[in-house]
Design a protein around this ligand. Structure first.
Ligand code: FAD
Length: 421
């Protein structure tokens, strides 16, 4: 009997996981992996600052899915098939133990992403996966047997690398990653897939012309930020950069607001509460007590918020308060202005900057097209998906790779199973 052929398109985390696991689960399967560039697992190499943040130390599905602005409900089901403990075990069984850091991110003990790359490459070689570099897939055609006469010799998919070069496959797994441009999905036209318009996620805010950027390098551990006129808000560490605002609070907001902020063409007002949880009303209430306690002290030298001195100086300046002024001498007008600046500093965001450490695409193959238990297209038998190409994306912290491993593994399992039938 002729071997069934699986072609995986994309040599990233998801494509590799699908290819290697399918080959391992069904040795009768012939597996080919096509990568358009000259480099395999390129994002794995640079991720986590070259250490590869493989997954997140979270063993509760309900908690885990809170980190995915898109695809949480889908993943709730998918994680029942392959979850964080499975990832840890998978790599451990192949000689790559993982360790956890304080913030929950998990890395190889070696602290080197090469360890993950070597592990996947070794497995692919051992299992005979045929890896072809510089093989960009430019078109796919599907054989539809309308004659009703069985045609065993005819493979279902023809995968074109150019007008004349092509390969044929029984099963196809698309793991091409994310592209924040709809036109990049044109080559999939023949598959009639629904695509959720892709836009970038995980970016930082540009605030040109604002004095705040002079405080670059300063960070506040627990700030809260919101986008004026929307429900978008987030909390956490905030970093002032030479172009605007960054840090986990901003990245999280950019992820949850990816679609809304794209619609606003990245022009919006962001309001920063430097105290984190304290409201304007709470500050108004506490103020008389601080005023009494610190009455004779210089306001610049005594503040109850533990903010970096340069930031405090900036906020005082903005509120029209001189560094030498004492708490007891503060005018009502100055006090109100300071409370306003502390709880709702307003900045005009004009544009975004890609975050170097991690960025992903929001949007992609519509999840309504995909059977979560198999990762197979609901309309196109034999067609599977894995990774960021689907309309799933997470915040930073290892969540995007976990999705790549999970979807790659489920696709592999389903293909290995049906290839047997
Ligand atoms: C700088 C950076 C750092 C990151 N750090 C982390 C991190 O620490 N933790 C985390 O969880 N996530 C991280 N991410 C996100 C994570 O890397 C991705 O979500 C994940 O790599 C997606 O894997 P994938 O296999 O779906 O796609 P990709 O890794 O993008 O792989 C897709 C592959 O398909 C190939 N391809 C595309 N089209 C074709 C075609 N037509 N024919 C043939 N090949 C094709 C591409 O060249 C590419 O190699 C980071 C992302 C970036 C950009």
């Amino acid at each position: 009997m002729k071997r069934k052929h699986l072609i995986v398109v994309g040599g990233g985390a998801a494509g590799f996981f699908a290819a290697v696991n399918a080959a391992e689960m069904n040795s009768a399967l012939q597996v080919t992996l096509l990568e358009k560039s000259g480099k395999l697992l390129a994002k794995v190499a640079v991720s986590g600052g070259g250490r590869c943040n493989v997954t997140h130390h979270c063993f509760e599905i309900e908690d885990m899915i809170r980190n995915y602005p898109r695809g949480a409900r889908f993943l709730k089901k998918a994680f029942h098939h392959f979850f964080t403990p499975d990832t840890i075990q998978w790599f451990h069984q192949r000689g790559v133990p993982l360790k956890v850091e304080k913030d929950g991110r998990m890395f190889p003990v070696s602290n080197r992403s090469e360890t993950i790359i070597d592990c996947l490459l070794k497995a692919a070689n051992r299992l005979g996966v045929d890896i072809r570099l510089h093989s960009p897939v430019s078109r796919i055609s599907v054989y539809r047997n309308e004659t009703g006469i069985s045609n065993e010799a005819q493979k279902r998919f023809t995968v074109y690398l150019s007008d004349t070069a092509f390969l044929e496959a029984d099963y196809l797994c698309l793991a091409c990653g994310g592209y924040p441009k709809l036109a990049q999905y044109n080559w999939l036209q023949e598959l009639s897939l629904q695509i959720k318009p892709p836009v970038p996620s995980l970016f930082t805010f540009n605030i040109p012309g604002s004095g705040i950027t002079e405080l670059m390098g300063i960070s506040v551990n627990a700030a809260s930020i919101k986008v004026a006129g929307t429900k978008l808000r987030s909390e956490g560490p905030l970093l002032i950069t030479h172009w605007g605002l960054s840090g986990p609070a901003v990245l999280r907001l950019s992820a949850w607001g990816a679609i809304e902020l794209a619609q606003r063409q990245y022009q919006f007002t962001v309001l920063v509460n430097w105290t984190g949880a304290l409201s304007e009303q709470q500050l108004q209430q506490s103020w008389p007590e601080w005023r009494n306690t610190f009455a004779t002290r210089k306001i610049f030298q005594h503040q109850p918020f533990a903010l970096p001195a340069r930031l405090w100086h900036y906020l005082l300046q903005k509120s029209g308060i001189d560094d030498s002024q004492r708490w007891g001498d503060l005018l009502q007008k100055q006090q109100n202005a300071l409370i306003q600046w502390l709880t709702a500093s307003s900045f005009e965001v004009k544009g975004k900057t890609t975050f170097k450490e991690e960025f992903v695409t929001c949007g992609g193959i519509d999840l309504s097209e995909i059977d979560v238990n198999t990762m197979q297209s609901k309309n196109q038998p034999g067609l599977f998906f894995a990774g960021e190409m689907m309309d799933v994306d997470g915040i930073t912290g290892g969540f995007n790779f976990q999705h790549a491993w999970t979807s790659g593994w489920i696709a592999a399992k389903s293909i290995a199973n049906i290839a047997d039938t």
